[in-house]
Design a protein around this ligand. Structure first.
Ligand code: PLP
Length: 369
């Protein structure tokens, strides 16, 4: 049996490089609560991502929940069913009703043309996702938000380092959230961040992630504990130094896949968008069963038999899970594009250490059916 290839593999700093950082942390005996490495990583990320206000978190779900608190979002929020469940869960944990809107077939992102019809007097915000790191239609979403007085919180968990014309996608909307989970392009084992656009808001976010403490004896809001510790912040500093190299390697893998799969009938890959710096966080392919001659699931399990483990991100849709499927906006006939995409997608293995021969092997499996 040939070697197992998984959908992803984490980017790890060298252990030799990490040990001096650990020794320093042991010396300082300051393990969490806005320590030295926490501050260093916020600074380094703010420079790398070209956004002045970055607040670190201990995972990528708490920034979503905290953004909703910081902006005092209530009532209903318009969002996409085509994402990781954390997007919608963050609304539910804040007592907010999610309202699902269908997606665009090309980008898999929320379709701005369908947002207005979902707005009610209770709508207070839009929560789109830059799925696979492909930027949403930011201008159209902002126009609708401005027209109806809505906030926009982007779940940018997939969009680390993505820019449009050299400008960070994280500048869009009122806030953007990032995930630094082990499976993402850039990881701190577990981790995340919330990006906002002014100092006052960052201060409020930083209170909220530390139980609401604004001073030794002052609690200004019902905050939560979302703080990142020193060990992971130091690890994050090291990983940041190699993330560009990793993204470049991912780009080469994406090119190899696209070239190898371009003549496969019934299979669609995502292409680069001009002026966008992509991060190649995922490599989804979409299977048209009639043209390809095999269903998505048939291909998915055939790959598994050959020890290649893709993932069906995002299947099932969030709107299909028991918590949400009773909502009126979750009815399948209202989300035809999302259902079609969810039923045709496989994310192929994609990570910096994936070798040329591995990609070749995966292409061959897909080519001969
Ligand atoms: C990974 C992810 C999250 C959650 O991040 P965690 O760090 O795992 O909490 C949220 N939204 C999307 C779209 C994600 O892919």
């Amino acid at each position: 049996m040939e070697k197992t290839i998984t959908v992803t593999s984490p980017l790890l700093p060298s252990l030799d490089d990490f040990i001096p950082y650990l020794e320093d942390i042991w010396q300082r005996k300051w393990l969490t609560n806005n320590g030295h490495y926490h501050q260093e990583l916020e600074k380094a990320l703010s420079e790398y991502l070209q956004v002045p206000y970055v607040s670190l978190f201990t995972n990528g779900t708490l920034p979503l929940m905290t953004a909703l608190q910081a902006l005092r979002i209530t009532g209903e929020v318009i969002t996409t069913p085509y994402s990781f469940v954390a997007t919608t869960h963050s609304l539910w944990w804040n007592g907010i009703k999610p309202v699902f809107v269908d997606i665009e077939p090309d980008t898999c992102n929320i379709d701005p043309e369908k947002i207005e019809a979902a707005i009610t007097p209770k709508t207070t915000a839009i929560m789109p996702v830059h799925v696979y790191g492909t930027p949403c239609n930011i201008a159209s979403i902002q126009m609708i938000a401005d027209k109806y007085g809505l906030k926009v919180i982007y779940d940018a968990a997939h969009a680390f380092g993505v820019t449009i014309n050299g400008k960070s996608v994280l500048e869009a909307g009122d806030m953007s959230t990032l995930s630094f989970h082990a499976t993402k392009v850039y990881n701190t084992v577990e981790g995340g961040a919330l990006v906002c656009h002014d100092e006052k808001t960052k201060k409020r976010i930083d209170y909220l992630k530390n139980f609401g403490f604004a001073g030794e004896t002052t609690v200004v809001a019902p905050g939560i504990n979302g703080k990142m510790d020193e060990i992971r912040a130091a690890y994050g500093l090291l990983n940041l130094m190699q993330v560009d190299k990793a993204i470049e390697r991912r780009r080469q893998i994406a090119l190899q896949y696209r070239e190898g799969l371009k003549n496969v009938h019934g299979l669609r890959c995502l292409q680069d968008i001009p002026d966008v710096r992509h991060n190649y966080s995922y490599f989804p392919v979409f299977v048209d069963a009639t043209d390809y001659g095999m269903t998505r699931d048939e291909l998915y399990f055939k790959m598994q038999e050959k020890n290649v483990f893709g993932r069906r991100y995002f299947y099932p849709l969030i709107s299909e899970f028991s918590t949400y499927r009773g909502l009126e906006s979750a009815q399948p006939e209202k989300l035809p594009v999302a259902h079609k995409i969810a039923n045709s997608v496989i994310c192929l293995p994609m990570y910096a250490e994936l070798e040329k021969e591995d990609v070749e092997r995966i292409i061959k499996i897909i080519q001969c059916r």
